[in-house]
Design a binder for this molecule. Structure first.
Ligand code: ADP
Ligand code: MG
Length: 704
């Protein structure tokens, strides 16, 4: 890579100049900075303080209390190198009102020598309790020269997100350098927002905002800066959200300009399909199906998100979309997040499409080699019309002959990347496949506008008739015996039961082990019952067998890990036990509970917990007991956790926000949308620069 020269050879600094250009940044430090995502001068300027500290106020040593973070001014009494468990430098200081010990584990001899008796210091750090006196461990300190006035500290000292091996002082020095460059180099960070927008929203200019946030003046409103609501911070968050929103709008524009197969209605085939179903479509299913059919009839690709609570019947809507494409002679790929779910969809479609003599094909990672080859051959040849699978569908050797529609189930488990990859996969003869994306995560509208700004949204806001709400209770682990008795009674009366052992440990292996142990214990306690076990470590065929036996009712009690969290559908199961429920989030509890209450009979869910409950856990269990409504649960979830987590880690990681925080800055979103429209219409030339500034050169939208 070409290194930019030192000043003198190439004086012009640019936003994308590498940090190596700065004084004092060698390869070693550059690597550390890279851990913080800082590669360029711009990255450094957008590396904003996490918080601020007030160092103007000096606390007398006699008034220090444990837990305080404060500045002190003092004089060294005694400095010694001590060896307790390890070598350390201890420095006793006093100021006439009291004493304090400074403790350093990392130090050198020069440093030790400089802290000689009588030296005056200004220190800043957190006060902790030591053996004899209060202490500060690795405080920041500065030696005060005799006769010189003490340094003027700015009212607020920024504290940056740091990583091991980079001290705050270093980050402050580096940002100061970058800020000086910003001052002296016109156009280092060009203003990309149009003046009309800035004026209308009363927003500060970019460079002004950056400078303010790094070095707030003495009279800055501390509280606003601390909670991120200051106009300067909001200005930066706004621009970042705008860039993300624009990138998705570009993606959408791109789709609107590209071409797709026009899919006519399936007519009599659809009638035959519906006639063979054991139920009628709900009004919401019909409406959403019509919306999809409309999109499929267009000559540019559909990009539609179908949102609907667990159990509302999204699979059926997907099947109808698929049917249209198959009837017109095209292929459809459905991607599910787990093998278990892919297998279940495969069976469902097998049953539903049997009257039409259409046979789906399954393609997952665990298929035996011969079967896999066979499946791929039929896909390439175009004989396979409906292909159901996991992300194995992306693999290089899978080539579709005539892919017209891609369906992605449980979108929150996937990222935008995977969605795009599958789209590319299907691109052929200059045509792109239509995309149908399904999710049970009912995200609030403003959030959807940010995370899914490239998609149209349909909602299935009605459950099939005859469902009774699931009765939910929280039961302490100590009453386990009662719960086991309840399981036994339910099975005796012909019902089926899930017993879920969710993630306790990080490792999947541990989780599987826990499920195995629980299954063994339950089987021993309930000898009359047929107990089955599914977890991620089982081979596909084994899982499939157990699930099939559970579906037919042969297995009465199914012990499982959270592999059954998404999508699994066995209507006769009407009791669910969730272990360690206090450790699960609302979204996951709701997804799990959604496995019961799918038939007409009364269902229940028992959340087993270990006391004592934290306040947050108590609230979550309370929310679950009080409602079955996915939207209400999502709303409470948003309150409790914030949207980053709500979209799922992958999704949030995908957005990869540096400055904006979706829960804190949700109020900006309507303005972001308006601004995006304005830019696309009146200042389209600015848009690529904005997107590149915030999403990077190699962003997923590099192509647009
Ligand atoms: P989800 O939206 O959570 O993916 P599913 O598609 O798995 O829900 O549907 C849940 C259950 O409801 C399935 O057993 C499905 O066969 C059934 N179902 C779907 N649509 C209807 C309907 N209109 N009437 C009755 N049952 C339905
Ligand atoms: Mg589903």
């Amino acid at each position: 890579m070409k290194q930019p020269g030192r000043p003198g050879t190439a004086p012009l600094v640019r936003a994308d100049t590498a940090v190596r250009y700065l004084h004092g940044v060698g390869p070693h430090l550059a690597e550390k900075l890279a851990h913080l995502g800082i590669y360029t001068i711009a990255d450094l300027l957008f590396h904003l303080p996490l918080r601020y500290e007030d160092r103007t106020h000096i606390t007398p040593l006699g008034a220090l209390q444990v837990g305080m973070r404060t500045a002190v001014e003092c004089q060294v009494e005694l400095t010694e190198i001590a060896i307790r468990h390890r070598r350390m430098l201890l420095c006793r200081v006093s100021d006439g009102s009291g004493a304090l010990t400074l403790r350093f584990f990392h130090f050198n001899q020069t440093q030790a020598d400089a802290l000689s008796r009588g030296t005056r210091l200004r220190c800043y750090g957190e006060v902790v309790r030591g053996a004899l006196t209060l202490e500060m461990v690795h405080p920041e300190y500065r030696i005060l020269q005799a006769g010189q006035p003490p340094p003027d500290e700015a009212a607020l000292t920024p504290v940056y997100p740091a990583t091991e091996g980079i001290a705050q002082q270093k980050l402050r020095a580096l940002t100061s350098q970058a800020l000086r460059m910003l001052e002296s180099t016109a156009g280092l960070l060009p203003e990309l927002l149009p003046t009309e927008l800035l004026e209308h929203a009363c927003m500060p200019a970019l460079t002004e905002a950056v400078r303010y946030v790094h070095r707030p003046p003495a009279d800055a409103p501390i509280a606003a800066l601390m909670d991120g609501s200051h106009a300067a911070q909001q200005r930066l968050a706004f621009e970042e959200l705008l860039a993300h929103h624009l990138s998705l709008r570009l993606l959408r524009q791109d789709a609107d300009r590209s071409r797709a197969w026009v899919i006519p209605g399936a007519g009599s085939v659809e009638q035959k399909f519906r006639a063979a179903l054991p139920f009628n479509l709900t009004g919401a299913q019909q409406r959403v199906a019509r919306e999809i059919f409309h999109d499929l009839g267009m000559s540019h690709p559909m990009m539609r998100l179908v949102q609907g609570d667990v159990g509302c019947g999204k699979t059926l809507v997907a099947a109808m979309a698929a049917l249209n494409c198959m009837a017109a002679g095209f292929q459809v790929a459905l991607m599910a997040p787990t093998e278990l779910l892919a297998e279940q969809h495969f069976r469902t479609f097998e049953t539903w499409f049997a009257p039409l003599a259409l046979q789906p094909v399954l393609l997952t990672g665990r298929l035996p080699a011969a079967q896999r080859r066979q499946a791929i051959a039929t896909i390439c040849a175009g004989q396979a019309r409906m292909i159901v699978g996991t992300h194995a569908l992306f693999q290089q050797d899978v080539e579709f002959a005539k892919l017209a529609l891609v369906i992605i189930d449980e979108q929150h488990r996937f990222g935008v990347h995977q969605r795009l990859a599958l789209r590319e996969k299907g691109a052929a003869q200059g045509l792109r496949p239509h995309q149908l994306i399904m999710t049970a995560t009912p995200i609030p509208r403003t959030l959807a506008m940010t995370a899914y700004a490239d998609l149209d949204v349909s909602a299935i806001d009605e459950l099939p008739p005859g469902r009774t709400p699931v009765q939910t209770v929280a039961v302490a682990e100590t009453r386990r015996a009662e719960v086991v008795a309840r399981v036994s009674a339910a099975c005796r009366s012909g019902r089926q039961v899930y017993w879920v052992c969710p993630l306790i440990d990080e490792s999947e292996d541990m989780q599987c082990q826990a499920a195995e142990d629980t299954a063994t214990r339950l089987a021993a306690a309930l000898t009359e019952l047929r107990v089955g076990l599914v977890h991620g470590r089982l081979r596909s065929a084994q899982k499939e067998t157990v699930m099939a036996r559970f579906k037919t009712g042969e297995v009465q009690l199914l012990v499982a890990t959270t592999v059954i969290e998404v999508g699994v559908d066995v209507p006769n199961a009407s009791l669910m036990i969730i272990e360690n429920a206090e450790r699960l989030g609302l979204a996951q509890l709701h997804q799990l509970r959604g496995r019961v209450g799918r038939g007409a009979m009364e269902s229940s869910c028992v959340m087993l917990y270990h006391a004592p409950l934290s306040r947050a856990a108590r609230t979550r269990l309370q929310v679950m007991r009080s409602t079955n409504d996915g939207f209400e649960i999502a709303r409470r979830d948003l309150e409790l956790r914030g949207p980053g987590e709500m979209l799922g880690t992958r999704q949030a990681g995908e957005l990869n926000l540096r400055i904006a925080d979706l829960s804190r800055d949700a109020a900006l979103i309507p303005r972001v949308q308006q601004a995006a429209k304005l830019l696309l219409e009146r200042h389209p030339a600015q848009v690529p620069f904005l997107v590149r500034r915030w999403l990077g050169e190699n962003s997923r939208f590099g192509q647009v």
